[in-house]
Design a protein around this ligand. Sequence first.
Ligand code: DC
Length: 681
Amino acid sequence: MVKIAIDGPAGSGKSTISKLIAQKLGIEYIDTGAMYRAITLKALRIGIDLEDEKQYDFLESTTLDICNGRFIMDEKDVSEEIRSIEVTNAVSTPSKISRVRDYLVAYQRKISSSKSCIMDGRDIGTIVLPDASIKIYLDATIECRARRRMLERKELGINLSLEETIKEIELRDWKDSTRKHSPLRCAEDAVVIDSTDLSIDEVVSRILQLVYERTKKMSTNAYKEGQNVRGMIINVTKEVIYLTVDEDKKAVIYANDLKGYQEGQKLYDTYYEGQEFEGSIKQIAKDKKTGELLLILSTKLEDEKEKLSLFEKIKENDEIIQAKVIKVTSAGADLDYQGFKLFLPTKYIDLKEEALHSLKGQMLDVMVLYVNKDRLQVTVSNVMAMKKEYRLAKEKAYAALSVGMVVEGEVENVLGYGAIINLGEVRGLLHHSEIDHKPVRNVAARLKVGDKVKVVIIGIDGNKVSLSMKALIKHPWEVLKEQYHIGDIFDGLVKKVIPAGLIIELTDDYSGLMPRSEYSWFANVKFDQEVKEGDKLTVKVMSIDDEKKRVSLSHRATLENTWADIKLHRGDKITVTIASIIDKGALVNYKNVQGFLPINEVTALKRISKVDEVYPVDSTVEVMVQDCDPAVAKLRVSAKAVEIAKERDTFDKYFAQQAKEVPTNTIGDLLENFELKKKEK
Ligand code: DC
């Protein structure tokens, strides 16, 4: 596998050169600048504060891909948008955020791990691919770079002056090389190419030349990872064995890569110089000091490779495994899982930094993040496992809930529109309208954080659980109905006197109405003169209307009903006594009830303005019933009607008399008489 790293400042020609080399060698070109640009584009779209590391949560859910030279983000081709001026001007900020760098570096390593590629950026030779086969640092004077950028822009229809472009590039150079995290640096083992006075072709052929030299060297070595080699031990320390392979090639084996090695064992007790040794190549590396080839051997490779497949399976199945922490450093922790060493980077530990030291010896839940078969490395994440465990526990908790279930919880948060109730693994919303049957406008006055509450689940929608407290409380109407029944008689407190009647207290939540007509059997009795607020009044429950939630009461129903034996019909003649004179007529007494004689029903003989002009109080009067309804204590009488009836009677009698005296004289009458007489004969 060939891995070419190209670093250099903006405008040094990295991407043009890299694309051409990728084409010529048939390898993949990975443009890491495009990734920083894409993240910048997304951050700008979402509208986060670019300086605030905490706001980059979207990273984990962002997908990046390179397909036929096009750059795809979240399944959309953003190749053009990421080159916009807005993105170019903003990209330095996300590029200095550690969280963004860690994320992209991990991604860059991942996508380049299993293939030959050429990758360009600012930190490729130093950070992303420190073991790259070839490292190039491409540079050019600032003016030359500015001119190139100008030309590129022109093609896109953007015109900027040379001075402006120089300023822009200077600023970006300064930002890229002074940032704290992975600044632009030339790797120690990089070949520096200044392209100021070189054509594109010249740069390309220079790099290709380097590639050929190196790969030739690599192929003459002809070693492959995994290959078995024999050698001789030339030096042994406590934890490392140094060997020569094929006479002049250096090889090394670390204690951890020796089958059967036990922690604490001293290698020089078992191995000695001159001893023959066989192992497989775990990694083809370079001696840091001399740059010479260095083979890192292992005698556990087969076992380890097999184990790696096991970890690949674990990763595939999203499994959580328990591994023991054997070592903690600032970079992370080494864990042991069935004799295999796993690496857990600090950032994937779900613990505060201070707590990391106490981890040694503990068992941790982890999930496999990635498996690097070449390096026999398994990186794990505790955060992921915690998240999954949390998710699983949550899913389980959700599955255990059902609508109608009564649960106990604790108020976790009080909001304007309700309260969040912690039910253990899950949370539910108690909307303010579900707290009580009565409207609750101030939730905080009813519920406090930490209050224990009993609630019923009234809805589950995905992970949204709706709760109700009021469903568990008897509706005040039900409470009322348990207390009051039709026919009940009780002493009620008069809460209000209104024109329509009396408002009588029933429960804390409800009052009943005693309509004015229900006060007395006597229509003229003025309830509002006899009863005042705060009085107690004996009343009877007449009706309970479930629909309107109304109770109607009667006071007179608790008194003797003087109307009970009144059975009068319109036209009946009765004798009444004038009880009192009122505005529009007179009140009259009849048996035990009272009726009304309207002023215009007194007499037809003369115009009067008061009843006692004709009938004084206490006089008895013969009247005719005009309307009588004992149910509503109504009796209306007319003296005038009696007068008229009497007159008619007089007339009738008079005419009857006249008819007897004067014979009929119509022809019909004559004929009829004649016929009758004939029959009599
Ligand atoms: O190469 P470019 O202009 O497309 O890169 C855009 C920005 O991304 C650049 O200003 C620095 C940043 N970058 C980085 O920090 N590290 C990389 N490996 C690549 C780019």
